[in-house]
Design a protein around this ligand. Structure first.
Ligand SMILES: NC(=O)c1ccc[n+]([C@@H]2O[C@H](COP(=O)([O-])OP(=O)(O)OC[C@H]3O[C@@H](n4cnc5c(N)ncnc54)[C@H](O)[C@@H]3O)[C@@H](O)[C@H]2O)c1
Length: 467
């Protein structure tokens, strides 16, 4: 039996910390859950009386927050106080790819994790269970443990690894009914007791047989492995999409044909302009870096190819637009439908749209962006972050509009970058009439009804189908 937990704190109120803790609070009314963050604006948004304004858009999340917030779910910037009061502390801060020094562009930047560990070590006065919720390189728990245990103030710590497998866009659904919850802990009796405490939290709504327990290192490595396998499927089908375009095979038909094999399964076989999101690329680069650091060259090269293929897929989508528009897009208007990295989220991190836009801007295209959930400021900040050109130039070449028909008006081409459902429902006849002719559609998500569009008069290019 583990100690019964009544107070939880989570450091990091982002796309993982926010939804995960909201669901724990919803399902465990007897546990007080406080989510803390350094970012005041983010915390203010989580506390906005109108739950439409919470900072993470996820279907159903507003209702979960409305139910638990103020009852046993709290958002605050008082990090020390929350650490002090909690028996169990989740660390859910960001672990981006390093942008400096050794491992630049590959390794995970663990400075935020270390800062959290040091802050816990400084503040804690009684025993704590520290849970790694962030995705971390295998053996990070060792470093966290070292920092915590070397304070010499008599506090005992147990470190658990509890990686999060939710997918953005379906986070609430995934948290309510996860395929599995994974918890890794020390194999000592104290470690197992801590692990049991966390099992009991999840057991409030997750069937016991879906709560897997492992040692710390298996748990840490399993999260990187899961993302590597998922991304690898996307790169595998995308690699074949290019071959389909040359041979007359149709990638959707190929995906359906192989997906019915129960050994392969139907999910994650959708060809597209390439995967995005904050996790896949970062986690694979991290895996590659770890393998290299152990001298495992073949292992590293094998996984790196998943990223190389994904970069190629994004680039060739942009190249195809230029080539099809008679080898020049200079001064032409290209409408972007979608900017988020996938539908049903406002997250744009590593979105394929950013890189496709960057390539087209290098060719002096004008771009008009419409996304139902992404604000103008985010589009500009994503492009500025690349530092390809001056911020003023991005503002000059890119406009962000709140009406899809305006985005498409007078455009030479439309590029579909996100699979938002609403795009299918548009009045495509009206869109066609208001475009320059020939009117092109480049469907980067194979979302639209190609035959219908062709009947209207569009020239349509889909991924993995002969034009
Ligand atoms: N986004 C996903 O779908 C997903 C899924 C599974 C796992 N993960 C992992 O979860 C972790 C968090 O991801 P995210 O998408 O929620 O990131 P995020 O950037 O949305 O949120 C992280 C938050 O942590 C805060 N923070 C950083 N350092 C802090 C500190 N010292 N004290 C207090 N707050 C601090 C930041 O201000 C930010 O609000 C990452 O390791 C990621 O790999 C993400």
């Amino acid at each position: 039996m583990g100690k019964k937990i009544s107070k939880i704190c989570c450091i990091g109120a982002g796309y993982v910390g926010g939804p995960t803790m909201a669901v724990i609070a919803q399902k465990c009314p007897h546990i007080t859950v406080t989510v803390v963050d350094l970012n005041q604006a983010r915390i203010d948004a989580w506390n906005d009386p109108d739950t439409n304004n919470i900072p993470v858009y996820e279907p159903g999340l507003d209702a979960v927050v409305a139910e638990a917030r103020g009852r046993n779910l709290f958002f605050s910037t008082e990090v020390d106080k929350a650490i002090d009061e909690a028996e169990m502390i989740f660390i859910s801060v960001n672990t981006p790819t390093k942008t400096y020094g050794t491992g630049k562009g590959m390794a995970a930047d663990l400075k935020y994790i270390e800062l959290c560990a040091r802050q816990i070590a400084r503040v804690a006065k009684d025993d704590k269970i520290v849970v790694e919720k962030s995705t971390l390189p295998v053996r990070t728990a060792e470093a966290v443990k070292n920092i915590l245990q070397n304070t010499g103030n008599g506090v005992n710590y147990q470190i658990l690894s509890n990686p999060e497998f939710l997918a953005e866009g379906t986070a609430v659904e995934d948290l309510h009914a996860p395929d599995r919850v994974l918890i890794g802990g020390d194999t000592t009796p104290e470690g197992q007791e801590a692990l049991e405490s966390l099992v009991e939290v999840y057991a409030n709504w997750v069937p016991r047989e879906r709560i897997l327990t492992t040692n710390l290192w298996s748990s840490e490595l399993s999260k990187l492995t899961a993302n590597a396998f998922l991304a690898q499927r996307v790169s595998s089908i995308n690699a074949l999409s290019e071959l389909c375009e040359r041979t007359g095979a149709d990638v959707s038909e190929v995906a359906r044909s192989i997906g019915t094999d129960s050994r392969i399964g139907p999910k994650f076989l959708k060809s597209s302009v390439g995967f995005g999101g904050s996790c896949f690329q970062k986690d694979i680069l991290n895996l590659v870096y770890i393998a290299r650091s152990y001298g495992l060259k073949e292992v590293a090269d094998y996984w790196e190819q998943v990223i190389i293929m994904n970069d190629h897929q994004k680039r060739r989508f942009a190249t195809n637009i230029v080539k099809t528009l008679y080898n020049t897009v200079s001064g032409k208007k290209i409408a972007f439908l979608g900017w988020a990295f996938k539908k049903d989220t406002n997250d744009t991190r590593e979105s394929a749209a950013i890189y496709v836009a960057d390539d087209l801007l290098n060719e002096q295209a004008g771009i008009s962006v419409y996304d139902p959930k992404v604000p103008e400021s985010q589009v500009y900040s994503d492009l500025d972050y690349l530092e390809t050109r001056a911020s003023e130039k991005n503002k000059q070449l890119v406009t962000v509009v709140t009406d899809p028909y305006e985005a498409c008006k007078d455009a030479h081409a439309i590029a579909v970058l996100t699979e938002w459902d609403e795009f299918k429902e548009y009045d495509w006849i009206k869109i066609f009439e208001n475009m320059k002719k020939p009117a092109f559609v480049f469907d980067g998500r194979n979302l639209l009804d190609t035959n219908k569009l062709k009947d209207i008069g569009f020239k349509v290019y889909s991924i993995g189908k002969e034009a």
